[in-house]
Each structure stands twice: as structure tokens, then as C-alpha cells.
Design a protein around this ligand. Structure first.
Ligand SMILES: [Zn+2]
Length: 112
């Protein structure tokens, strides 16, 4: 599961999720919930930064800025575990002779 897959999964859990014309995503900030009581344009969102996805909130009192992995860790622990597993799988591709590792990877894939 790569970052864009994880972002799609995360999008179902965030309020006011919307894709913008420029291809980035806006949503209610899961940290400060700034837009909860207003009808104003959402001031937080996700964008691509040098090939990885980052979150940024533009509200003056929040200004949260974090990589996707940190948002997952804070707000969607199950997705964060998937993220960690995909990182582990990636590094293990170098040494696939280990049958136990291979079996583990196949089991993970079937679960997906
Ligand atoms: Zn915020």
C-alpha cells in the first residue's frame, strides 16, 4: 500500500474532504477542527511535496505541518500500522530467500 492509497483510506475519515482543481485535497483540520463551526473554506489539506504527501493547516492558531505518516499515527492508527508494514515489506524485498518472510508477505497480500 503506497501513500496515495493510504490517503484515499484516510479521506473517508476526515470531514469536508474535497479534491481541488489543482489536484490537492482540502479537509477539515483533524488537529484544530477549525472549520467545524464555520461555513468558510477549509484551511487545511494534503499536497505532494517532493514525491511524498504532506499535511498543512493554514489556520493562524494551528499551523500544523506534518508528513502523511504522522497524521496517520495521530488519527488512524490502523492505517499507520499498514504504512509501517508496507515500509517493512519494501526493505525485505532485497532478501526474499527467507521463506518465513515470504510467507508473511503473501499472508499480508491476501489480507489486502
Ligand atoms: Zn489546524
Amino acid at each position: 500500500m503506497d501513500e496515495s492509497d493510504l490517503l484515499i483510506q484516510l479521506s473517508t475519515r476526515l470531514d469536508k474532504w474535497r479534491k481541488t482543481n489543482s489536484g490537492t485535497y482540502t479537509c477539515e483540520c483533524p488537529y484544530c477542527h477549525h472549520n467545524k463551526d464555520t461555513k468558510k473554506k477549509t484551511s487545511a489539506g494534503f499536497f505532494n511535496s517532493y514525491g511524498s504527501i504532506r499535511f498543512k493547516c493554514h489556520h493562524n492558531l494551528c499551523k500544523k505541518s506534518a508528513p502523511l505518516s504522522e497524521v496517520l499515527k495521530d488519527h488512524a492508527d490502523d492505517l499507520y500500522q499498514d504504512y509501517l508494514a508496507s515500509k517493512r515489506d519494501h526493505s525485505k524485498k532485497i532478501n526474499v530467500e527467507d521463506q518465513a518472510v515470504l510467507a508473511y508477505r503473501i499472508a499480508r497480500k491476501m489480507k489486502w
